[in-house]
Design a protein around this ligand. Structure first.
Ligand SMILES: *Cc1c(COP(=O)(O)O)cnc(C)c1O
Length: 355
């Protein structure tokens, strides 16, 4: 392994935009903090990382990312406790995953110390953008793009790793209605479904827009070959509750290994809730719904934590899932948010304090 010991260079923004921001009215992902983290890969190695003012970048039209989609990203959050301490949630998982995603797209791994030192430098500079209070957070978007100006179809020699930050508000996300995929697929065996590859998202937009025209907000993706196994909900992992048992599909090269999903599995164990990790069929869920045994469906992911699914449609048959009193989704959401915001014991060591 190459040694990465250079210090991060820091250029502070001359003025801060923070006074122009209405933190009670944030439109998710549209507004960014004063600084960003940048590190270029050139001459076969990652160069000295920098934190610089948030700004536009310019690249040649031939930059490879525009043509062949070598682009991967992560989504993580920083939280502030009432005592002003700043925490990340299981950041090593994001670090490992961005490299897994990069490697699948023939892109180089990023060094661990650069990732953590970069986050720390950035969060220290932009700490005022993280508001305390449950639900408030700073959404962090690490990403990597191929910057080399050359359009021959091969992996690039030059890349840029970046982190940008967007304040996110405590928001109540309303339940969503979903369509179960019968024709389109998100991913296939041997493909890139497990990677947070930008192109996975591009490919979902069109089928999702068709679902939206029919009055559904999201699609529950099924396996590409038979469309009979339920895999993910939109860009979230998905859980089903039949009677008092939770069921979620095992991760694979088609299903993204979500950190929220992984945390839910552990919380279920802690709370004494039976959770089965196994393949789950559309027929099984429809049968359970008809018998009145399907109590909940919810998606899990960093951005919304938990998104409750209130109805689904498959082969023109519509199923409503009435809200219940003792919702696992609500219990999990509260339990997880309390851990993230340093309001409860962190017995698994998930919180990472940013010093
Ligand atoms: C990011 C993502 C998730 C959720 O992962 P978390 O680590 O929980 O945020 C689930 N499915 C897909 C397809 C994703 O891209």
């Amino acid at each position: 392994m190459a040694q990465h010991t250079e210090k991060i260079s820091i250029e502070k923004a001359k003025t801060s935009k923070i006074d122009t921001v209405d933190f009670n009215n944030l439109d998710f992902g549209r507004l960014f903090t004063d600084h960003m983290f940048v590190c270029d890969y050139e001459d076969g190695k990652w160069q000295t990382p920098k934190v610089i003012p948030y700004q536009a970048m310019s690249y040649e039209p031939s930059a490879r990312v525009f043509h062949y989609g070598q682009a991967v990203f992560e989504g993580m959050k920083a939280y502030k406790g009432d005592d002003g301490k700043v925490f990340l949630f299981r950041p090593k998982e994001n670090f490992d995953r961005i490299n897994k995603s990069s490697n699948r797209l023939a892109m180089p791994s990023f060094p661990e110390n650069y990732f953590f030192e970069g986050l720390e430098a950035l969060l220290n500079l932009d700490s005022d953008w993280i508001k305390p209070g449950i639900g408030n957070s700073l959404y962090l978007r690490p990403f990597v793009i191929a910057t080399e100006p050359a359009i021959s179809a091969s992996p690039a020699n030059n890349y840029r790793f970046m982190i940008i930050c967007s304040p996110a508000q405590s928001y109540y996300n309303s339940p969503v209605r979903v369509l179960i995929a019968e024709e389109f697929s998100r991913s296939a065996d041997g493909g890139v479904g497990f990677a947070k590859a930008a192109g996975n998202y591009a490919a979902q937009f069109y089928p999702t827009s068709l679902a939206q025209e029919k009055g559904f907000q999201q699609i529950i993706w099924t396996d590409a070959s038979t469309h009979s196994f339920l895999e993910e909900a939109g860009t979230m992992n998905v859980f089903f509750r039949i009677d008092d048992t939770l069921i979620t599909a095992p991760t694979s090269d088609r299903i993204l290994d979500g950190i929220t999903r992984k945390s839910m599995l552990q919380l279920a164990e802690d709370l004494g809730i039976t959770c089965e990790v196994r393949r789950v069929t559309v027929d099984e869920i429809k049968a359970a719904a008809k018998e009145g045994r399907l109590k909940e469906i919810f998606g899990t992911g960093t951005a919304a934590v938990i998104s409750i699914i209130s109805a689904f449609e498959h082969k023109e048959e519509l199923f409503e899932i009435p809200e219940i009193e003792d919702s696992y989704a609500k219990l999990f959401k509260k339990t997880l948010l309390d851990i993230q915001h340093n309001l409860s014991e962190d017995k698994h060591g998930w919180r990472h304090e940013v010093k």
